[in-house]
Ligand binder design. Sequence first.
Ligand code: AMP
Length: 427
Amino acid sequence: MTFEQLQLSQPLLNAIRHQGYIEPTPIQQQAIPHLLEKQDLIGCAQTGTGKTAAFALPILQLLSQSRAKQVRALILTPTRELAIQILECFQSYGENLPLRAAAIFGGVGQEPQVTALQRGVDVLIATPGRLCDLMQQGYVKLDRLEIFVLDEADRMLDMGFLRDVKKVLAALPKQRQTLLFSATMPREIESLARTMLHEPVTVKVNPVTDTATAVQQSVYLIDKKNKKYLLQEILKRGITSALVFTRTKYGANDVVKDLAKAGIEAMAIHGNKSQTARQTALSSFKSGKIKVLVATDIAARGIDVPELSHVINYELPNEPETYIHRVGRTGRAGLGGIAISFCDYDELDYLKDIEKLIGKTIPRETSKWPMEILQKTVKQPRTAPSSVRRRTAAASGEVHAAKRSAPRRQPSVVKSRPVEKRQRRRP
Ligand code: AMP
């Protein structure tokens, strides 16, 4: 199938050619005809399948048929990086059209975003928090909205955005075209879909259990302390670009420091970094100025680097679906890619879950640093453990009183929650 056969207008076809796309990807082939017919749609697709163009191209075509200086298409997406990336897609695909797009997201001052809104925007790409803020301040009017896209709906749910999403939905005109994209369909998303969509068509490509087929995967069983040496060795093999994943922000910073000591320049991208630092890191990586970007999951979600050659899981994710999202960063749009994972003894259970989800065993690689520590790490609590506190209390005959009077959630308990649990919310 060709893009011409999808009945796309000449300005769009020219922009597509400019992007170097030869033929539409499966999701584009399946979704575009329905969207041009103004139908509602549920798309089960992960990033890397070409889903942004699958909705951006028909939206641009439909909006270019009339003019209005108001938001007519809204794309809600969970992270600022994704918002920027989607904006860039709209700008590239719409380069020959007189339409304006803008992105609004938190973590930066609102003034430039407000100015862009005041100038008039046809397509607005937004993260939920900032959108709700600007709606409340009266800067965003959605009463002329024609098309609403809820992107990465499952991530929205994971990140606790469901309430904001419902607030936005309540402000939209009832008469509209609605698109929902999600890599997985948990029950909450299905019921949300039922309330917000009207007789939707469903389009499924690459369900989340299907890791990018073009990606060559392998895993090293290794002790935690040796991961830094293995990483350096792999990076020195002459890699074009590698996205290195850690579970935590602190882990990401440590990897960057260790690489710097070994003379390898890398930058980190995670939730503790300012928006400017994140953008600098991302653009240095995309332009090839640095070859290694170290990231946590949510910060890296949807990062689109077309030529990304390697994904390295320095730490395995504790949610198996995350492995698929990470691996999907390489081998995009049919290009080959390599995904290498490091697994220490504590992570063997995560590896088992991942292999169960993807339905295959990831080939084992050997290195100079085989796994030697064959027991789980005993986590050292920062404060005296509760057993010690109880023993002390028992010695003074206070144990029952201490138990009864203890507040339900003591600060020390909150502090000693495993880092990865806290990470899941805000990487
Ligand atoms: P997405 O799933 O939207 O994040 O897209 C993943 C990557 O595929 C992006 O780098 C797009 O530029 C690229 N892409 C989208 N559509 C096509 C296509 N038809 N042919 C080749 N690459 C594409």
